[in-house]
Design a protein around this ligand. Structure first.
Ligand code: SER
Length: 313
């Protein structure tokens, strides 16, 4: 029987689907959802929930003790676009929440941690195509700096204190159950909603901005597979590159037009263009494939078909 799991930030775009999937796998009462606000009806009905501020160590410790939590998935964070507007709040949330969870593991109050990193750890001086696992990083956004620092701290806690922390650098994630909030890759979700509502979308990135992306089902599978893998297979303790597909706004529009021939896209790049321009176009994820069997399943057209089918319901 699996020991209890705590998801912090369970009501967000990733947390919602991760919580439901882990509940399907281990049983509803084994997976405690928490967030600073309540989530979707589907999530709230699916099992236990605690209101929890990820920056409050004592509050997290209380929940961990009460439910005898063994593993924590820390999904609370301020994303790239919002973090540019509130740099200190982003730094505070993204770093303190991580220290809280790493310190619980260091003190052996929990035994395993998942913490997500991002393609945002890379920067303008990083090789753009097939970005390697180990390369120049130099992130230029507040969010990227917090994720890069977080990676260094994860590796440090693993080496110094033997903390079993595992991480992937998610690309932009595409899903239909919960909207993303405040990211630079959010356009790739919004576009499907607008395609069905209005038949048109004004994109905040330029037509040829190519970014790494992934369908949520693949991201959840990667996360759970990584956490299920034997510790000795996990050689990277900062964070794994994780690739799937790469596309531009123009290409996603074309994919949508195969289903909705009248769909129109226009472009009005804003401050998020500069963020997108600093990130990789494609990712070399060899380590994840070799060390714990990562393999993506959804390409762009399959993602489009799933998104349109589910959003129509
Ligand atoms: N999708 C995130 C963002 O755009 C990147 O991790 O901020």
């Amino acid at each position: 029987m699996h020991k209890p799991i705590l998801i912090i930030g369970a009501c967000g775009q990733i947390g919602t689907e991760l919580t439901i999937e882990l509940r399907n796998k281990y049983g509803s009462d084994k997976v405690i959802a928490s967030d600073i606000r309540e989530g979707s009806e589907a999530l709230m009905k699916s099992g236990p929930f605690e209101l929890l501020d990820a920056t409050n160590y004592a509050a997290i410790e209380d929940v961990v003790m009460h439910y005898e939590i063994d593993e924590v998935y820390l999904m609370a964070a301020m994303l790239s676009a919002t973090a540019e507007k509130f740099p200190m709040r982003a730094w505070n949330l993204n770093m303190n929440s991580l220290f809280n969870v790493l310190n619980l593991a260091k003190d052996r109050k929990i035994s395993k941690v998942f913490w997500p990193s991002s393609i945002a750890v890379f920067g303008p001086n990083t090789p753009k195509e097939n970005t390697p696992q180990n390369t120049i990083m130099e992130p230029s956004t507040v969010y990227g700096i917090s994720k890069q620092s977080g990676e260094r701290w994860c590796e440090y806690y693993f080496k110094k204190y033997g903390v079993d922390v595992r991480s992937v650098r998610y690309p932009g994630l595409i899903s239909w159950k919960t909207m993303p909030g405040g990211g630079t890759t959010d356009y790739a979700v919004e576009i499907y909603h607008k395609a069905l509502e209005k038949g048109a979308y004004e994109c905040f990135l330029a037509e040829n901005t190519k970014l790494p992306m992934m369908y949520m089902d693949d991201a959840i599978r990667a996360t759970i597979n990584l956490m299920d893998s034997p510790a000795e297979h996990i050689k990277v303790r900062s964070s794994y590159n994780l690739g799937s597909m790469s596309f531009t706004p123009k290409e996603i529009a074309k994919s949508i037009q195969k289903h909705l021939p009248g769909f129109q896209i226009s472009y009005a790049p804003d401050f998020r263009q500069e963020i997108a321009d600093s990130w990789p176009s494609s990712i070399d994820d060899r380590e994840a494939r070799e060390q714990w069997g990562w393999e993506p399943k959804f390409d762009l057209d399959q993602t489009t078909a799933e998104m349109l089918k589910n959003l129509r319901k």
